[in-house]
Design a protein around this ligand. Structure first.
Ligand code: NAP
Length: 309
């Protein structure tokens, strides 16, 4: 079996940037695109803060460009997702699509996934009025009443986006202040179609009996009072979980499951295993910081391989 120099697991801004750098260094990287090729930007609309695009760029378009750039320098891209890794001895082994690949180094850039509310009714009504992606599903709610749950930038962004379609958007938040940036908050407060519902948690999503969302049962987090609100759709925008299940017990992680890297580097606790992007960053979680850490990981992999040979 051929032993590869570098396998990159995951294909968001971190993975593609790592691929561009590693391929230009002639490491002939092999990338597994994973469950959600392109990562979270594939479900975003306008990205206004990625440098080099003064008029903004659509998330999927940005990812298509990154992929094209990675392929221009001959990154091999396989669209399978990785089923398991064996990091107990080197060369490391990566199993995907029924095959096993050996590699001298790995960059983990598997990103993070949107968190769910964790309700049985949410599961039952997923795709029937419940969604975690306003940009994917907003269109289906033309003229309807919907709710967004959350108080971060994603919740503000999605609430504003949904007003393009929905008649009314309730922004339900469990506390009495938002953690979103001031600019995003202001945009939300200025939007006449958005009504903020403070100090409120969603206890249940209603409509399981009829097979589509008809409303929510809400609980006031201060008084404990409950009430029902009629709705056609519910969107959760309550943060993310790192995609690290493949590496549990093998690669060191923090208490939230994010991969630990040596501060100021992309190194993990294992030699030749690097991590980049949201999978190791619960703080910044931006496309540009992910891309930057992808670059770091590739440069470190290059140095590691050079020192080893
Ligand atoms: P976030 O900042 O972690 O916010 C998550 C929100 O969901 C918080 O308000 C949290 O409430 C709430 N929440 C968490 N679990 C909940 C639960 N079980 N039930 C109800 N509410 C719950 O996540 P995010 O908004 O996805 O943003 C992630 C990062 O990406 C941030 O750094 C953000 O700045 C960045 N981002 C930037 C942009 C932009 O610049 N355009 C857009 C999107 C995201 P509490 O506040 O009470 O904890």
């Amino acid at each position: 079996m051929e032993t590869r120099n570098l396998i990159i697991i995951g294909s968001g801004p971190a993975g593609y940037t790592a691929a561009v750098y590693a391929a230009r260094a002639e490491l002939k990287p092999l990338m597994f695109e994973g469950h959600e090729p392109g990562g979270q930007l594939m479900t975003t609309t306008e990205v206004e803060n990625f440098p080099g695009f003064p008029q903004g760029v659509l998330g999927p378009e940005l990812m298509a460009k990154m992929k094209e750039q990675a392929q221009r320098f001959e990154t091999e891209i396989i669209s399978d997702f990785v089923e398991s890794v064996d990091l107990s001895a080197r060369p490391y082994k990566v199993a995907a699509g029924g095959q096993t690949y050996e590699t001298r180094s790995i960059i983990i850039s598997t990103g993070a996934t949107a968190r769910r509310l964790g309700l049985e009714s949410e599961k039952a009504l997923y795709g029937k009025g419940v969604s975690a992606c306003a940009t994917c599903d907003g269109f289906f709610f033309k003229g309807k009443n919907v709710a967004i749950v959350g108080g971060g930038d994603s919740a503000m962004e999605e609430a504003n986006f949904l007003t393009r379609f929905a008649e009314k958007v309730y922004l339900i938040h469990r506390r009495d202040s938002f953690r979103a940036s001031k600019a995003m908050q202001q945009r939300t407060f200025d939007n006449p179609k958005i009504e903020v519902v403070w100090n409120t948690a969603v206890e249940e999503i209603l409509g399981v009996d009829v097979g589509h969302v008809t409303g929510v049962k809400l609980k006031d987090t201060v008084t404990g009072e409950t009430r029902e609100m009629a709705l056609d759709g519910v969107f959760a925008a309550i943060g993310h979980e790192p995609n690290t299940s493949l590496f549990k017990g093998v690669v060191d992680m923090d208490e939230k499951g994010y991969i630990k890297t040596v501060p100021g580097s992309a190194r993990t606790n294992l030699p030749g295993v690097f991590a980049a992007g949201d999978v190791q960053d619960s703080r910044y979680r931006q496309a540009i910081t992910a891309a930057g850490s992808g670059c770091m990981a590739a440069l470190e992999a290059e140095k590691f391989l050079a020192e080893e040979s």
